[in-house]
Design a binder for this molecule. Structure first.
Ligand code: AP5
Ligand code: MG
Ligand code: ZN
Length: 217
């Protein structure tokens, strides 16, 4: 099963993708994570993407489509892919249709996660992740069970994203509304769209997502 999680910054795409990965063996394909890795490694793509990401704008379609195409050539994607943060523009959505057709893959569902803008700023500003395993946390909504220690791997090192400040979040939200939200209609017309309430608690969102995907526990 190949699915897209569509939603604004802070909607919970990454949080839910990791849960689906653990529970159902799907592979998370997060273009944001891949771009951040490229920035950290100082690759050519990373050098081009760094300033754009820090400004909360979208990295060029060519770059992003290229990294997704390469990723889809790796064998593990056969288990099923959760696209997290891709596609984000009409050009990316069309490119994904073509890539999937070329690689003999199909798109099963696109799940749109609805969350009000005011809530998103709080979610993004309070976010931090484990520096070792990438588990995501939040200052108020999801603290580690033991303060300062990752529940998943025991690491005591955490990090925050440079684009998670109130000003950049607003730029990211603008980019979402201008470029990405129109994809909801695109996938509705294709008969693939499912909508869930992203404002519920993390566990309730997972349950709604699993029902939408026909993977109820
Ligand atoms: P990307 O990394 O994709 O960021 P984003 O879309 O802005 O989304 P986030 O990762 O901020 O949010 P999320 O939905 O994953 O939320 P999370 O689960 O962490 O992209 C970053 C940048 O890279 C872009 O701005 C762009 O420059 C570039 N880029 C990436 N892809 C691109 C593309 N395709 N094209 C062009 N450019 C691209 O949750 C957020 C917080 O809330 C966490 O702390 C979590 O614990 C908490 N939380 C989650 N769910 C709940 C809940 N139900 N209740 C309470 N708290 C919750
Ligand atoms: Mg994310
Ligand atoms: Zn960890």
């Amino acid at each position: 099963m190949n699915i897209i999680l569509l939603g604004p910054p802070g909607a919970g795409k990454g949080t839910q993708a990791r849960i689906l990965m653990d529970r159902h063996g799907l592979v998370q394909l997060s273009t944001g994570d891949m771009l951040r890795a490229a920035v950290k490694a100082g690759t050519e793509i990373g050098l081009k993407a760094k300033a754009v990401m820090e400004a909360g704008e979208l990295v060029s379609d060519d770059i992003v489509i290229g990294i997704v195409s390469d990723r889809l050539d790796e064998p593990d994607v056969k288990a099923g892919v959760i696209f997290d943060g891709f596609p984000r523009t009409a050009a990316q959505a069309e490119a994904l249709d073509n890539l999937l057709a070329q690689k003999g893959m199909t798109l099963d569902s696109v799940v749109s996660m609805d969350v009000d803008d005011e809530l998103l700023v709080d979610r993004v500003s309070g976010r931090f992740t484990c520096a070792m395993c990438g588990e995501g946390y939040h200052d108020t909504h999801k603290r580690p069970e033991k303060d300062g220690v990752c529940d998943k791997c025991g690491s005591t090192e955490f990090k925050r994203r440079p684009d998670d400040n109130a000003e950049t979040v607003r730029a990211r939200l603008e980019a979402y509304h201008a470029e990405t939200a129109p994809l909801i209609a695109y996938y509705e017309a294709a008969g693939k769209l499912k909508k869930i309430d992203g404002m519920a608690d993390i566990d309730d969102v997972t349950a709604a997502l699993e029902r939408a995907l026909g993977k109820g526990a």
